[in-house]
Write a protein that binds this ligand. Structure first.
Ligand code: ADP
Ligand code: ZN
Length: 610
């Protein structure tokens, strides 16, 4: 909004300037020389005045120019009330005139003003074309946000195979909506792409449109909100209206969080507009049948602040994670972007991918561009490894200004930490299988994560299972201690969760022999402030101490068990961490294979020794 205002002020200034120039030009065109009265008298006496017209305040007329007797128009302010005698004396043709300067006025003022308004109108129209809704107040033209022939394909988006796979279904549906509805397949209305900026969410949405050959309507969440009150809602209505007419098609809303922030207190006034817009979006989403072939895609990097209403079934009920790419992903993205420039043979993509941990697609696109620019500057025909290495440094320097990248030492700690979790989980019977282990920095999870998926939905958990869960949570810290003989703050969340489980075991599930089969309710929490209420404990000080001791006992026992497991499997720990450092993300199955191999090797070794 602010930007736009500045913009139009410049146009006004430009307009005024044009008026002044034009006026100047027009007056000189008519070339009426203004002379002092004394000069007029002098000319009169020299017989150079041909004819004059006298009005109340001024005298206009023709004089002979000095040169070749050319005639020149002149005017002068009338000083002498009695000019007529004088004029008669020199026999000059003269007449009285009522002061009316219709033509000059018209030319010197009206014409520029008309021109100015013309120019203004023209510019406004152009601006309205660029910025939907500025002049047309909510009545957006279709061409503003619809793109019909998208030339982005899934091939152009690399390193996000899982997201692509999930979106394949949408492509199938959009290509042949009839086929799906016949079978009665359930197509999601809204899909939310979640991931950090620059990971290719917009590209993915476009690629879905490109692959299925349908129109692509796009709008950014912030665009909806910066308008006048009521306009955002009108735009949402308009957008859906147009999309339905063009179905099958895709609507893409970028920065959904700008529009869909949770409604709540603390937003006294001022945010009515956003709320109205959000409500309209919810109404529209509920009001359409996905079988008409309109699919809503949205992107956000802050899913946690979205209004829960947006995430309910029938709205954006499907989430697709578009996280930072791992090493292999980065290699593939580089490959895509290298198609556009000339590269010499010495460029090793896997080395480059290894040098760029934490970078997203947009950073890598930038990197390739930098390398190409450097090659041009060095008057090379092709970009070589030297250019790429320097480009990496430049891009990293740029990123470091924005947010710090993880350093190699930290990366190693994180690798061992995550491997610790995973190995413990795989060594304990009945623990949930490990699906993925990742140390991609600055991903959706803070540092790294080990993803465990339960094999089945559980309603009951046994004591052993709970203890194993605690052990798994402690695995990270234990691995750090064993390998580095030092511990880091990275386990803070693990410890909180492990302690929580242990405390529940003691206080709620009656799983501690010393405390007994008793239920001690957790402290009551103040409903509004979410802080413990004073004097709410329902047990004596002595019991409280006993509970604390038991919790500590459980944790300590499990920690000792965890250390033992990891010390026994130190070789797997090292090899796994190494693999993880190399690939940044490994599948649980890969680790299982590694564990199997090293297990049989070590038994073989023992057998040989024996
Ligand atoms: P987002 O919407 O997630 O912020 P964009 O889709 O706008 O990211 O990506 C910005 C640019 O970065 C793209 O135009 C593209 O050049 C590059 N890019 C991002 N992710 C990828 C990817 N996975 N594969 C190829 N290029 C990518
Ligand atoms: Zn951990």
């Amino acid at each position: 909004m602010e930007k736009r205002q500045k913009f139009s002020i410049w146009y006004v200034l430009l307009g005024i300037w044009v008026v002044l120039i034009l006026q100047n030009y027009l007056t000189t065109m008519f070339a009426i020389k203004t002379i002092p009265y004394s000069e007029f008298l002098k000319l009169l006496k020299e017989n150079k005045v041909i004819e004059v017209a006298i009005s109340a305040n001024q005298i206009q007329g023709k004089i002979k120019d000095d040169a070749a007797g050319k005639e020149q128009l002149f005017k002068t302010v009338r000083v002498d009330p009695d000019t007529s005698n004088l004029l008669e004396q020199y026999s000059v043709n003269f007449k009285g005139e009522i002061e009316s300067q219709f033509l000059p006025t018209l030319l010197s003022w009206i014409v520029p003003v008309v021109l100015f308004f013309g120019l203004w109108f023209f510019l406004m129209k152009r601006m309205a074309g660029q910025q939907p809704g500025f002049m047309s107040l909510g009545k957006n033209k279709a061409k503003i946000y619809v793109q019909e022939d998208i030339d982005v394909n899934f091939e152009d988006v690399a390193g996000v195979d899982e997201a692509k796979q999930e979106l394949m279904e949408v492509v199938e549906f959009l290509s042949e909506p009839g086929k799906f509805t016949e079978i009665g397949g359930q197509i999601p209305k809204g899909i939310l792409l979640v991931g950090p900026p620059g990971t290719g969410k917009t590209m993915l949405a476009k690629a879905v449109a490109g692959e299925s050959g349908v129109p692509f309507f796009s709008m950014s969440g912030s665009e909806f909100v910066e308008m006048f009150v009521g306009l955002g809602a009108a735009r949402v209505r308009d957008l859906f209206e147009q999309a339905k007419q063009k179905a099958p098609c895709i609507i893409f809303i970028d920065e959904l969080d700008a529009l869909g922030k949770a409604r709540g207190f603390g937003t006294v006034g001022g945010h009515d507009e956003r709320e109205q817009t959000l409500n309209q979006l919810l109404v529209e989403m509920d009001g359409f049948d996905p079988n008409v072939g309109v699919i809503l895609l949205a992107a956000t990097n802050r899913p946690e602040i979205l209004d829960p209403a947006l995430l309910r079934p029938g709205r954006f009920d499907r989430n697709i994670l578009v996280d930072r790419p791992d090493k292999k992903g980065r290699e593939e993205i580089l490959k895509v972007h290298l198609k556009n420039i000339k590269v010499s043979k010495d460029v090793d993509l896997s080395v480059l991918a290894g040098m760029t941990p934490g970078m997203v697609g947009a950073d890598l696109a930038n990197l390739v561009n930098e390398a190409a620019l450097l090659a041009v500057r060095r008057k090379k025909k092709k970009a070589g490894m030297a250019e790429f290495e320097e480009a990496v440094e430049r891009v990293i320097a740029g990123l470091e200004k924005k947010n710090r990248l993880i350093n190699p030492k930290e990366k190693k700690i994180v690798a061992y930490h995550e491997m610790g979790h995973a190995i413990v989980a795989l060594s304990l019977p009945g623990a949930d299988p490990v699906q993925k282990i990742s140390i991609i920095p600055r991903g959706i999870a803070a540092l790294g994560y080990t993803l465990q998926t339960p094999t089945e939905d559980r309603f009951l958990m046994t004591k052993t299972e709970l203890l194993n869960k605690i052990a798994t949570l402690l695995g990270g810290r234990a691995a750090e201690e064993i390998v580095f003989e030092d511990i880091s703050t990275g386990a803070h969340n693990d410890l909180a969760r492990a302690t929580d489980i242990a405390r529940s075991m003691v206080k709620e599930y009656g799983m501690s022999a010393k405390v007994g089969q008793v239920y001690f309710a957790r402290e009551k929490r103040n409903q509004f402030l979410n802080i413990p209420m004073e004097g709410a404990a329902e047990y004596s000080e002595a019991t409280a101490e006993l509970i604390d001791n038991e919790v500590r006992e459980i944790i300590n026992t499990q920690y000792a068990k965890t250390r033992e497991i990891l010390e026994q499997r130190r070789d797997v720990l090292d090899k796994g961490a190494q693999l993880l450092l190399e690939k940044e993300k490994i599948e649980g199955t890969e680790l299982e294979i590694l564990m199997g191999e090293t297990a049989s090797q070590s038994t073989e070794g023992r057998q040989q020794k024996a």
